[in-house]
Design a binder for this molecule. Structure first.
Ligand code: ATP
Ligand code: MG
Length: 259
């Protein structure tokens, strides 16, 4: 199983939209996929049509040890895509975990116990570098970093990268960055072109070739509880996520690609 955390402490850059639509695109290739919602906002769960009444076990229970990942995972509206949903309880978890031993490794342990039945897991992280995101980084094989094409795109990235470096040296030496995905690209806005060129100049090949356009269908789909790939599979946003998934699979270790 490969575990990919989708992280950027900046809010609203497209983490959840990427998590939902990449998970759907991966499931469409025949892989069995788990999306673990690690954001108290629960947007990934809602965007996949998981109702609050269905969230009897959640990522909060997984972190606190009152449910295994297998017990908390429920099927979504997408074939082969399961979800560990999030509830607002999760917002208290960072404080509650302070008293727990190995508080940075709770999710990693949970995966070792029961998370290996899926080919690939995506973790939707909250917009912070707190204990929730650290748990995701300790458990993950790699990170996917969405970066919004706007003037301050690179701001905060050095903080993210130094956190990754600390996690590598202390807890998870194998943690890699599978890629940086440029999101909300707007052809009509010359600034976004400039930002995308600057980001590529600074970060080089880690930036995916595929760029996610600003696309209204991507923002409408969650209100229908559907991934954009199902809501309108032919819109520019869906096509871009299918291309991004393909590019991401190409960067996975060979064994994982064959899954
Ligand atoms: P948070 O940090 O709050 O968790 P996030 O990084 O998960 O946010 P999203 O929730 O995916 O970001 O996106 C923020 C908002 O922008 C949402 O309303 C979403 O529908 C919209 N959005 C995301 N990507 C696109 C896009 N490519 N085109 C148009 N709208 C988008
Ligand atoms: Mg989000």
């Amino acid at each position: 199983m490969t575990c990919i955390a989708i992280a950027n402490q900046k809010g609203g850059v497209g983490k959840t939209t990427s998590a939902i639509n990449l998970a759907t695109a991966l499931a469409a290739t025949g892989m069995s996929v788990l999306l673990l919602d690690l954001d108290p906002q629960g947007n990934a769960s809602t965007g996949l049509g998981i109702k609050p009444s269905q969230r009897t076990k959640s990522s909060y229970d997984v972190l606190l040890g009152s449910a295994t990942i297998a017990e908390a995972a429920i099927p979504s509206c997408v074939p082969r895509l399961d979800v560990v949903p999030a509830t607002v309880d999760l917002s208290g978890a960072e404080i509650e975990l302070i008293d727990y031993e190995a508080r940075t490794h709770r999710l990693d342990r949970a995966f070792q116990d029961s998370g290996r039945r899926w080919d690939i897991t995506l973790i939707d992280c909250p917009p912070s570098l707190g204990l929730l995101t650290i748990n995701a980084m300790v458990a993950a094989d790699c990170l996917l970093v969405p970066l919004q094409c706007e003037f301050f795109a690179l701001e905060g990235l050095s903080q993210l990268l130094s956190t990754v470096e600390r996690i590598r040296s202390r807890f998870n030496p194998g943690l890699s960055i599978i890629g940086v995905a440029l999101t909300m690209f707007d052809r009509r806005n010359r600034l976004t072109d400039q930002v995308s060129a600057d980001v590529r100049a600074v970060l080089g090949r880690v930036v995916f070739d595929t760029v996610i356009p600003r696309n209204v269908r991507l923002s409408e789909a969650p209100s229908h509880g559907l991934p954009a790939l199902i809501y309108d599979h032919r819109c520019a946003g869906s096509e871009a996520y299918i291309a991004l998934a393909r590019e991401m699979i190409g960067r996975l270790p060979k064994a994982a690609q064959a899954a």
